[in-house]
Design a protein around this ligand. Sequence first.
Ligand code: HEC
Ligand code: HEC
Length: 465
Amino acid sequence: MRLTHRNILSVTLVVVFCGTAATAQEFPSEGLSPAELFNARIMPIFRSSDPSSCVQCHLSSVDLKNYILPSHEKTFLSLRDQGLINLETPKKSKILTLIQMGDKDPDSKARRIHEKTRLAEYNAFVSWVEACCNDSKLRSLPPLTTEERAAPASSNEVIRHARISRVVDSFARNVWSQRMRCFPCHTPHEIDPSNGRHQVAIKNMKKFEQQYPVELIERLKIFKESPEATLQYLVDKSQSTPEGQTPLLNLAEPADSLLLLKPMSKIPPKKADGTFELQSSSGPMTHMGGLKLHKNDQSYKSIISWLTDYAAVVNGQYKSVGELPADNWRGSKLVLRMIETPAAWKVGTPVQLFVHQWDETSKSWTDQAVAFTQGTVTARHMVNGTLFLLTGRQQSGKSQLDSRSATLPRGRYQVRVYVDSNGVLATDPTLMLGEQQFVGRAEIKSAQWREGFRQAASITGAALK
Ligand code: HEC
Ligand code: HEC
């Protein structure tokens, strides 16, 4: 299936504006009635199959067309009744402010790309809104019923959730933060020739370059210099996936994205002459990099959560705030480990560990976990995972990505343990386990929270209460 991420990232979304509305800019509006202006200038926007300027920031859920009805009178009343028209100072109408949003975008490239569309929309709306406000009969008509109004189908929370900047921020926290698991093969910008510990990696990469065709070496460069550039690459590549192949980001089946399936696949089998068979990128998949991601480990969890959310946003699947994921984690390098897991836990069973902090003022554990991780029971009866720190719900603004500050204060903590014994994660890998899967809690009297696996904070299965 050929993908269409309908309103991909703004940066490269070059909108060729429809001729009708663009020429409307020069349309003489003097002396025209509101109805005439509406037909000449607003209807072309309504009928156009091109996206409105809102796509500069909104991936889905809102479009200027959502506010337009076929009737000029009803469109005006609908806007008026929703508080989007300023009857006294028409130029200060909220609908015009929304159209002008793009002008305040700090991303100058995005601002330029959408400028023509934005101006055409603004000019069309400003002349029509002014004419309507000057029409005393029109402005004093009785209100429409709520059902008659034209508005986006999604709630404001859903609209905010589908903003490009929120999606990019989430990508940075959930996918970009996991990139070092793909070092050095897919992270060219993380290789530092002056770092003694990178010399083996550099040598291995040289070997790759001699071994593989240029085209494949280019495809190795998945993680770019920034989260934005990486996501743009993934989106572009996915859109040009040849028929029958698995896209890097699969909007129809997020769990079947190449980005996830590849690192969960083994090295191809060796041929009789000792070289490897060609890797496969569809059907039973193989990965020249070998098994780098285990199903249900913490990186799998965060990557699939992002993929699922991204697909739902692009496909416009969210309707109400209750359907939105919390999207409130950010990666850290702190590691939590459980050793000597109870014998009854089968190898491979997913386990979630939630960290609660001791609150000295209330003399109790915090209700909300401050961090969590997910892993599977290993053959050595351990569960290991780097922690995701839980922040408040991500609404607007950028979350901090600085991994130096991604830590927890030293002190007393409690780990609450949940085991997926009935396989609910197999149906929805993004789930957080709940009371039904709760098995017990264990205390860490004095957690130091140092980075890396060797300095992991640890609990034992025997201590579970
Ligand atoms: C430059 C970026 C940008 C553009 C362009 C943009 N918006 Fe938004 N929009 C935002 C941001 C940021 C928010 C979230 C505000 C918040 O979280 O408080 C938002 C939120 C909204 C909301 C939710 C209500 C609210 O106030 O939070 C609506 C409705 C909306 N925009 C409509 C539009 C329409 C219609 C257009 C096009 C005519 C548009 N926006 C263009 C940035 C933009
Ligand atoms: C030791 C090196 C190595 C590591 C580490 C590695 N890979 Fe790979 N990966 C490769 C090689 C070589 C290829 C190209 C051959 C192939 O497709 O298997 C590849 C291919 C891929 C592809 C296919 C790219 C395309 O456009 O065809 C994806 C996606 C991928 N890897 C994801 C990952 C992810 C995600 C990680 C980290 C969790 C990872 N890999 C870790 C070596 C590695």
